[in-house]
Every structure is written in structure tokens, then in C-alpha cells.
Design a protein around this ligand. Sequence first.
Ligand code: GTP
Ligand code: MG
Length: 193
Amino acid sequence: MKIISAEFIKSVYERIQCPDDSRPEISFLGRSNVGKSSLLNSLLQRRKLARTSNTPGRTQCINFFLVNDRIYFVDLPGYGYAKVSKSMRSEWGKMAEEYLADRDELVLSIHLVDSRHEPTTLDMQLHEWLVTNQKPHIVVATKADKLSKRDLQKSIKILRSKMSESLVIPYSSATGDGRDELWTLIENSVKNK
Ligand code: GTP
Ligand code: MG
């Protein structure tokens, strides 16, 4: 995909603030620090469009980015960060579920999981929610560059068995491995919109 333009549009704290121009949306979901913002920057070939950090739990709102004036990339806050308060944690669930549950514009969710670890309980909960609610989604195993080829294969195999209903692909935002495949999947999902 040739990126002609990619711009930050806005941060949203409530559903009502979401854009209402009917462009298709691709959402990025996953636990805090898993690499959502990095994946977004990697797909868009912009180094600092979405803010990345070593401090987990940074992104606390839903961020909308407009790509080629045609698709919104939607960066959701990360879940599972222990240090945020309980009320904040339930806020996450509420905000994310409200967005995910019945957003007509949402054509594909990209669920990020860390390729170096087995999926967490929260990863599995989100996965099951996506499957049960029949939400089109792809599982992306992030930080693939941090594993040897052999360990990566092993890890992908485990993910594929635990998330057997879903397509699982490895990705590295550091090297761009997986980028073409993921873009093809994204383009296919927006084609009919
Ligand atoms: P929150 O917004 O806090 O939920 O985090 P996030 O999921 O957006 O993660 P972010 O993209 O900020 O990445 C977290 C850390 O992991 C940063 O230090 C990134 O540089 C690093 N990281 C992300 N993706 C990769 C990758 O593919 N390879 C390597 N080596 N590091 C990565
Ligand atoms: Mg982020």
C-alpha cells in the first residue's frame, strides 16, 4: 500500500466524539505495551505519528488517524496494565467495548499479542469476545524480531492452537516483517466498503 497521507485526527473519550463520515475503520487492540502504536507507525511508515513509549498504559483514549483520506486507523488504549486504578481499568472495558460492540464503520480489528509470551487471560478474554460476537479480526504476534526463527515458529504454533478460529500472523515493527501481508488483509477488508 502506498501511503500518500497519514494524519492524526483526534483523541476520543466517548463514543459520541467518534468521526461520523462513514469511512471504514481498522482498530488496533491489545494489552498495554504490546506494540500497538509501533505497529500503526510501521504500517504507515511514519516514525512518530502514534506516540510510543516504554511506560505502559500511556494511551488512555481512542486515537483516530486518517490514512490516504480513505481509512481510519483506530488506536485503542492497552488493557491489563496493573498500575492503573481499578476504576480506570473498568473504564477501559467500557470505552473499548462500547466502541467495538456496534460500530458500523469497523471493518476489521487487529488483535496484537506478544510473540514472546503465551497469551494472557485478558488476551484470551478479548479473543473469545471477538469470536463470540463474530467480529472480523486478525491476531498479530508482535516483536517477532526478538525471537529466533525457531522460537518464533514455536510461539506462532501455540498461538494458532489457542486461537484456532483466527488467522495469526507474525509481525515486527522494528524490521517491517509482516507488513505486506497485513496490508493485503487490511485492503481486502475495506474493499467492499
Ligand atoms: P500502550 O499505548 O501503552 O498501550 O502501548 P503500545 O501497545 O502502543 O506499545 P508501543 O508501540 O508504545 O511499544 C511499546 C514498546 O515496545 C516500545 O518501547 C517499542 O519500541 C517496543 N516495540 C514495539 N513493537 C516492537 C517490535 O516489533 N520490535 C521491537 N524490538 N520492539 C518493539
Ligand atoms: Mg500506544
